[in-house]
Design a protein around this ligand. Structure first.
Ligand code: FES
Length: 101
C-alpha cells in the first residue's frame, strides 16, 4: 500500500510505502533534504511541517519529543512540526520545509 507525500512549497511529490518514514520516502523519491545526523533523531535539520494529514502519520515518541525540545524549545511541540526521519506515513500527507534554520 502506498501513500502520496506532496510538498506544498515546491512542485514535487513522492510515493511512500505504508510505515516508511517521510525522510526515507523523499530521499528515495530523488528529493534532496537535509538530514545532518543521518536519520538518527539527533539533530532536527530534517524537520518538516505537516500541512495536511496529521491524522495519517505516526504519533510522536519520546525520542523525537526530546530531540525537538532540546534543539528548538518546548513550544515547537505545539506546532505541526515533525522530524522527517522519525515520522511514519500511514496515509496521504502534505508537507513543507520550515523556513527557520
Ligand atoms: S536527520 Fe537528524 S534528527 Fe532526523
Amino acid at each position: 500500500m502506498t501513500h502520496t507525500i506532496t510538498f506544498t512549497d515546491r512542485d514535487e511529490e513522492v510515493e511512500a510505502e505504508d510505515g516508511q518514514t517521510v525522510l526515507q520516502a523523499i530521499l528515495q523519491g530523488g528529493i534532496e533534504y537535509m538530514h545532518a545526523c543521518g536519520g538518527f533523531c539527533n539533530c532536527t535539520t530534517c524537520r518538516v511541517k505537516i500541512d495536511e494529514g496529521m491524522e495519517n502519520v505516526s504519533d510522536m515518541k519520546e525520542d523525537e519529543k526530546n530531540t525537538l525540545r532540546r534543539f528548538q524549545g518546548e513550544e515547537i511541540l505545539e506546532g505541526p512540526y515533525r522530524l522527517s526521519c522519525q515520522v511514519k506515513v500511514h496515509g496521504d500527507i502534505k508537507i513543507s520545509e520550515p523556513e527557520w534554520y
